[in-house]
Design a protein around this ligand. Structure first.
Ligand SMILES: Cc1cc2nc3c(=O)[nH]c(=O)nc-3n(C[C@H](O)[C@H](O)[C@H](O)COP(=O)(O)O)c2cc1C
Length: 324
């Protein structure tokens, strides 16, 4: 992965005490940051006034711990980044990996956004603006907007779910420009697919292109909606890994002048042949082995212990990495 910008992608660790990241959170990120890692994106962090995806998701605030985390990542050698997100009141993540009723989630998602008036949508976008402002004040130098995995923004930006998506995309242009004007780098994370085959079979390229046009510095390509099919979010079998990889590479080829972050066990790929606009995003390999970038081995073995929420526990553990 030489000459590429390597990202540590967002992880909801659950290392939170009374709503704030604790020492486990700080140690987890600083222990994985280094001169070999371009940027560590702390995830996922709820915007002020927003809603967490589970009870151990931290909310961004003026608490000094946020600045300490940004500083610790920077001192260790990486650019401190943060992923800003919100779900909605009453959101509950599925414990099962694959929903038995994906269509129900998508139809409820349409109803949810239909019921939001222009003021409610504007309030959500303002909370992202405020979140970005607070994060930059704390010293975060990369702001990622979480518009993936079926959380609120992923519903709002997709014309197939929200018929007023164009308004939201216009507001995201302003947000990306604000982040740039404050001197920080930006990215937007999307799910290329939801995991519902019927939904995904219509209008997918149009949706992708509408996001690629936004002036974020990077487009981070994830896949899957949490309440539709999580196997796309954390691909573990070769079928899921390959299809996500090919879809990411094709999108990168269609937009050769736009930088993309691609992920899904990508450390095993041959990066020498990859288009220059693609950058590796790693997650489980770095969870499993904080020194993965210098050792290039002993990464994730898909033991699945890290899926703490699905397993009914409240914070991340790993079958290979043991906390000191
Ligand atoms: C335990 C765990 C928590 C995750 N939390 C988040 C999150 O908060 N936000 C997000 O966008 N992705 C999250 N992801 C997805 C990862 O960022 C990444 O896209 C995915 O694991 C695929 O990359 P990998 O194959 O290198 O692990 C999480 C993944 C894992 C394993």
């Amino acid at each position: 992965m030489k000459n590429r910008l390597t990202f540590f992608l967002p992880v909801n660790t659950g290392y939170v005490t009374e709503g704030l990241p604790d020492h486990r959170f700080l140690d987890f990120y600083s222990g994985r940051s280094s001169a070999s890692l371009y940027c560590a994106i702390v995830g996922n962090v709820v915007v002020p006034g927003g809603h967490g995806s589970n009870s151990s998701t931290p909310v961004l605030s003026d608490a000094p711990i946020w600045g300490q985390i940004a500083e610790a990542i920077k001192v260790a050698g990486s650019k401190p980044g943060v992923q800003l997100a919100t779900a909605w009141q009453g959101y509950t993540g599925n414990k099962k990996f694959r929903s038995s009723e994906p269509k129900v989630f998508l139809s409820e998602a349409r109803q949810l956004v239909d019921q939001m008036d222009a003021d409610a949508i504007e309030k959500v976008l303002r909370s992202f603006e405020l979140g970005a402002h607070i994060a930059i004040e704390h010293g975060f130098e990369h702001i990622q907007i979480h518009a993936a995995h079926g959380y609120l923004l992923s519903l709002l930006v997709d014309q197939r779910i929200n018929h007023r998506a164009a308004v939201v995309l216009d507001r995201l242009v302003i947000l990306a420009e604000q982040i740039k004007s404050r001197g920080a780098e930006s990215s937007i994370r999307i799910s290329m697919r939801t995991g519902d085959e019927v939904f995904d079979s219509v209008g997918m390229n149009i949706f992708h292109d509408s996001i690629v046009r936004l002036p974020f510095d990077f487009i981070d390509l994830s896949s899957g909606f949490y309440n539709v099919d999580k196997r796309l979010i954390y691909p573990a079998t070769s079928t899921f890994i390959e299809s996500r990889f090919l879809e990411s590479v094709r999108l990168g080829i269609r937009h050769p002048h736009r930088p993309f972050i691609i992920s899904g066990h990508v450390s095993a790929k041959n990066w020498d042949d990859m288009a220059p606009n693609l950058h590796p995003g790693l997650c489980r390999d770095l969870i499993a082995n904080p020194n993965f970038l210098s050792e290039h081995k002993n990464g994730c073995r898909n033991y699945s212990k890290c899926h703490y929420y699905s397993r009914g526990t409240d914070s991340l553990t790993c079958g290979r990495w043991t906390k000191k």
